[in-house]
Design a protein around this ligand. Sequence first.
Ligand code: PGA
Length: 252
Amino acid sequence: MTKPILVANWKNRPDSLGKANEILKGFSKKSDVYKKLNTFIAPPLAYFESVSKKTKTFSKLASQDISIGKKTTTGAVEVDILQGFGVRLSIIGHSDRRALGETNEEVTEKIKVALKAGITPLVCVGENERDREGEFLEFIRHQIRLSLGGIKKKENATKLVVAYEPVWAIDKGAKYAMAPEDLAQMIIFIRKVLTDIYDRKTADKIPILYGGSVEKSGVEGLVRTGINGFLVGQASLDPENFGKIAQALLKK
Ligand code: PGA
């Protein structure tokens, strides 16, 4: 994907379809901006139909997870169902899922399911906290190596997108987003880890996104780090805020 990538991760919000439709109405006013980016919306499953119908001219549908369960697993949403709705990207290994016990091995399995179905896997990684000794770097290296360890073929690796989401920065508000100078270092570090797993040419083809309290305020600094896009939670429920983030990404 050469255009910057913008992903709205609505999580379990908003709390009614009526409110979701209001947000979508707000989004459509900025459709020309979203069209110039690779824009994805990951709504709660119950809003899939509405979102896909109302946004198909300017964004693509994404899922917040992908199932590796059998077709008969209660509560699981199977990849065929996601495909049926036109899902083009799946968020995999989000820290919310990892906190519920999702392992790196399961993340690998989910990536494989997505790749097989032609769905872009957006693989989330991020440390829970930072320590002065820099042990969090080892944590990230390990998480990436284990999550992507089973994705051996380079042609599959180039279909991945990585989202760096430090858990301590998620769902907090603009002033808790990562400092741009720290993010710039993390991008270099993650690229190096990817280079060690694959090679430089392959690693350069894997877009790296940032997520964690991305808001309109402060977004310009984050854009200047060389990031390839954003995974946005809270601010993606506010059309004005999300629109400003999209505009800032366009100036990249
Ligand atoms: P946030 O969420 O933008 O509300 O911090 C990001 C995410 O969890 O993907």
